[in-house]
Design a protein around this ligand. Sequence first.
Ligand code: GDP
Ligand code: MG
Length: 438
Amino acid sequence: LSDGLQGAFKSLSGKGKLTESNMREGLELVKQSLLDADVSYSVIEEFMSHVSERALGKRVLLSLRPHEELVRIVHDELVSLLGPVDTSLHLKKDGPTIIMLCGLQGSGKTTTCGKLAQLLLEENIKPLLVAADLQRPAAIEQLHVIGRQLNVPVYSDSENKNPVQVCKAGVDKANAEDARVVILDTAGRLAIDDELMAELQRIDKRVSPDQVYLVVDGMTGQDAVQSAGAFNEALELDGVVMTKLDGDARGGALLSVKHVTGVPIKFMGTGEHFDALEPFRPDGMASRILQMGDIVAAAREAHRIVDEKEREEMEAKMASGDFTLDDFKNMMEKVAKPGLMGKMMSLMPGMNQFKEVMESEEAAGGIKQTIGAINSMTQDERKNPKLIDAARRTRIAKGAGVQTPVVSQLVKQFEMMKPVMQMMAGKGAGDRMKMMQQ
Ligand code: GDP
Ligand code: MG
């Protein structure tokens, strides 16, 4: 079979299914990748058992290896686990919307206050920031610096040692000044402690914030589950902001945090500046955590080309021997889109060396000629190429503007291919895979 033919044929998949044994290698790969991304062990355990349950018995496209199909499923599961997307701040129509930020010390709460303020300013909304971190002496001044930089008001009261009262007074001020949004910058601790939680609960109770966001350092490792769990228990969280995703951290903590809290992930902090806040995108994050982008892209491409229903129809035709030159033409047209073959090849591990061949003008020209020749045939000829004698060959070649041998070659190849296809369509994917590789 010519390369083009083989490529086309391979995309057509088979009866192979994911089984416990052929998934083992892929599951191990995924698990290792999640561990490297710093997803918490307990979360990995649960996720892996969920995924293998979902994946078991799923079909494997013939052009994919089981672990590639599995990785695609894992990626999709990660995306759905990290979603749904809700990056709205849910501002109220009337009265100030109170947003409370909480999280461990150094997680990026104060910086995020500035970033959210900037975001609101872009919408022509001027928020009031409230300096409710009375733990660190410099915290109040830090917020004032941000306020001056962005030209937004900051409420603070360095005389008052009670953060609940400070928040209450800040909200009163926002009410009096008709501010549409108040952002409370609360205190953190280096580690979870009861005093911090009690303080946050008191603020929560007294000022009833509309949105409570947990700010998590994206570089957090295994402790993410525990700390997010503690905040989630003490407060009714509405969202998560994960910071410091501009570095090398793969952000596996996000998966842990999402798993524990179940609330939407709102934003990602990607730098120290005020404009370094991005709305959360599950797909991008899943790729980042999993780091198997190439495999996922190749697998998606393979699935995109092959429509499930169409594939089953083709396969049935092949198995019964009803596969005609028309079907063959459809198949060629599908995979012969400019750039597609080469792209698929470059995405598949080990297939890179074929990229140039497949992308060459020769290959493209060959496919074009093949399609042209089939177009010049009558319906009867397409169904039954045996009808094509010397006279017909000349007519077809003329019609398609190709040399006569192109037509004879095509007919010969097709006749040779048919029984092979018939046999393969009836076999298991494993056997066929071996045959394809011979
Ligand atoms: P807080 O204690 O929770 O209020 O944390 P801060 O807002 O003071 O931030 C702690 C440190 O993290 C500061 O040096 C910030 O500049 C830095 N930081 C916060 N968010 C980000 C981010 O998204 N990317 C980077 N690179 N640094 C950040
Ligand atoms: Mg702070």
